[in-house]
Ligand binder design. Structure first.
Ligand SMILES: [Zn+2]
Length: 74
C-alpha cells in the first residue's frame, strides 16, 4: 500500500508530536486549507492558527460540544 508521503514538521514544543494541518470552511462555505496546525500529542496541545491574516499561537483547544468522541473500534 502506497501512502502519500507528507513530511509533517515536528512539534517544537514537546519534540514528540507532529504538527498536522487542519482545514476549515469560511463563512461563505469556501474551504480554508491548512488554517490551523495542531500537535498530535494530546498532552501537548500546541497549535498555530491563522485568522484574517493574523497568526494565533497556542490557543486553548475547545472540544466541540455535541460531538462526543467516537468509541474505539475493535
Ligand atoms: Zn507538541
Amino acid at each position: 500500500m502506497v501512502v502519500t508521503v507528507f513530511a509533517l514538521p515536528k512539534c517544537q514544543k514537546c519534540q514528540q508530536g507532529d504538527l498536522v494541518p487542519l482545514s476549515d470552511f469560511g463563512s461563505q462555505g469556501a474551504p480554508i486549507h491548512y488554517k490551523a496546525w495542531v500537535c498530535t500529542n494530546p498532552v501537548c496541545g500546541f497549535n498555530v492558527k491563522i485568522r484574517n491574516g493574523d497568526i494565533y499561537l497556542n490557543e486553548p483547544i475547545v472540544s466541540g460540544v455535541g460531538h462526543p468522541p467516537r468509541p474505539p473500534r475493535g
